[in-house]
Design a protein around this ligand. Structure first.
Ligand code: DX5
Ligand code: ZN
Length: 236
């Protein structure tokens, strides 16, 4: 079984005390920090941009994974890399023909059935050429159509909620995708959304090994215990 890594999403942190919050993640034993970047167009919510990434970069040496829930990510890759992200996670829904129901500025979630392989490969290569890790993710309704680009990524993120908000319920359909992907992909598989003590064991059993958590981690009174227990799942 692969080593479990824990990646707290600062979306549920107290932004008035970001210094303390990042220190808390470090002290708890987190392996990386997950940065949820939302633009109000790809998802129906706005979070933060490069300014906060740059701030967090100054606060910690932990690996920073920028989860870009934004339209036209190619226009902003360099900004997030410059701001200090170590890894960029791209949504494949930005690289293919959108399903009809998800076309329009107020139509969510965005979904595709296939991707423009050359287009996304270009951006993944740009990320790697800057010495950063490249990752892709897909919304719950988007099928696992990433086989052609598995050699171009350092890990894959499977969304287990519709992107846009923390605190949602884990969607079991993610488990099927994780299992399918694990059959052909040996690197890290991240899972994001609704991860907690009940859902994490099932995600790990399916083959995920990077557990992203916002509300479960930040609402816990003993965050070290949360991380220790999640990591323990890799040893069972
Ligand atoms: C959702 C984000 C997730 C979210 C997770 O759009 O990508 O990273 O913050 O939140 P929880 O862990 O509370 O479901
Ligand atoms: Zn995320």
């Amino acid at each position: 079984m692969k080593k479990i890594k824990v990646s707290p999403s600062i979306l549920a942190a107290d932004f008035s005390r970001l210094g303390d919050e990042t220190k808390k993640c470090e002290a708890a034993g987190a392996d990386q920090l997950h940065l949820d970047i939302m633009d109000g167009n790809f998802v129906p919510n706005i979070s933060f941009g490069p300014v906060i990434v740059r701030t967090v970069r100054k606060l910690t040496k932990l690996e920073l994974d920028a989860h870009l829930m934004i339209e036209n990510p190619d226009l902003y890759l360099d900004d997030y890399i410059k701001a200090g992200a170590d890894m960029i996670t791209l949504h494949i829904e930005c690289y293919g023909q959108r399903r009809p129901h998800s076309i329009g500025r107020d139509k969510f979630p965005k979904e595709v059935d296939e991707i423009d392989v050359e287009k996304i490969r270009r951006d993944l290569k740009r990320i790697r050429a800057r010495g950063k890790k490249a990752s892709v993710t897909l919304n719950p309704g988007t099928p696992l159509c990433i086989e052609p680009i598995l050699d171009d990524v350092d890990d894959v993120l499977i969304m287990s909620v519709q992107p846009g908000f923390s605190g949602q319920k884990f969607m079991d359909s993610a488990l099927t995708k994780i299992k399918e992907l694990r059959k052909v992909f040996k690197k890290d598989i991240k899972v994001d959304g609704g991860v907690n003590k009940d859902t994490a064991p099932r995600a790990v059993e399916a083959g995920a090994n990077v557990l992203i958590t916002a509300s479960y981690f930040f609402s816990a009174t003993d965050q070290k215990k949360v991380v220790t227990e999640l990591k323990q799942l890799g040893k069972e």
